[in-house]
Design a binder for this molecule. Sequence first.
Ligand code: ADP
Length: 421
Amino acid sequence: MADLDAEQRGIAQTIATRLWNSRWLLAAGVVAVVVVYALAGISAYVVLAALLLLLAAATLPAVGTGQSAESGAAIEAIGLQRLSGEYLAAAVADPLIIFDRTATIVHANAAAFAAFGGIAPGMSLSLKFRAPEMQALLDGVLSGDLASDVVDYTEKLPVERAYRVSASSVGHATDLYVLVFKDQSEARRIDRMRADFIANASHELRTPLASIAGFIETLRGPARNDPAARDQFLQIMQSQTGRMARLIDDLLSLSRLEMKPYLKPGTEVDLRETVDSVIDSLGPLARENSVAIERDYADGPLDVPGDRDELFQVFENLLENACKYGQSGGRVVVSIARSDAGSESGIDVTIRDFGPGIPEEHIPRITERFYRVDVETSRTQKGTGLGLSIVKHILTRHNARLSIKSEVGQGAAFSVHLPTH
Ligand code: ADP
């Protein structure tokens, strides 16, 4: 019913516009018919018929090739005139508010109602948005000094949201104005994350650099002629450069992963072979830490779609952590099992250690970049704080899941679920 009304209103509007556009032609026609009627004395019926014909011609859509730019625009606009402003506003995904010259809300779309609870037609915009930047924006367009303007505005409640708000005059003698809110919160969050990441990475690099610089100074000064001190300092400097190199390697790994958009489809990885070679490559570290690595693999083929080098890096990081942080447990169990729980069928690779475990409150954050349960332990274990975030990144690319279970004093189990298709 409402649709029908709106349609009828649209048609009426179109006809009115056509009549208005042909007003001069119509007036001339009426004058001509009246003059002929007065001078030639023709019948009143003929005059009436001529007037009706004129009216019908004026309401018909204009055709022909010699149209002016103005009439071309009018024809183009005819389709739009049937479109109500309400529908147009509803089709806009961003919050949109239409207001009049007294800054009173005339209409708001559903996105605006959802974003700014408590707005309604008839409400004053200046009362709803009291922030000085919003007042200045409204004043600017309402005074007519600017046809449109943009400001950044932050809505504090119920949750903080940053918007770029543009206000513009609809013009065409409507006396209406439009406010559109573009949500910038996600872009800001990413900017903040990037800035934090750069600050963290710089800090991680600066610490060993400062230590190396300090030792160089000592070696050139007080320890110039002390061979024992020189040996000791050079050894520390070497371990610090090693730390910087590991950090740069991990940073490059992360950035390479971010640059690679999608995983190349079609390659299968033999998990048994991959995990075996990870265990072989970490043999020296396990022996150094007196950790025995036990295997518990399911029978049969254990293949999943994926990138072998990337999955190698995942298991290498997890096994290395188990050997380093779970060292006190003396053993690590690596198991590969099929999990066929409905549509989620895949293969689980679990690396379990029997060390101190991870307190519950740290588990949700442990895959964040540079997050460590204990910074000193990580440093002495040559950690960078980036290992698990690399793991998470690679697993996301594989549509895989990482679950971490741990009980303090009992050890930790890192389980990777890889889908088989
Ligand atoms: P790092 O380079 O410091 O090892 P990771 O991202 O690999 O960085 O790990 C983050 C932190 O998670 C580590 O610093 C450590 O505190 C904790 N962690 C990881 N694996 C284990 C584990 N098996 N047992 C106890 N703590 C662990």
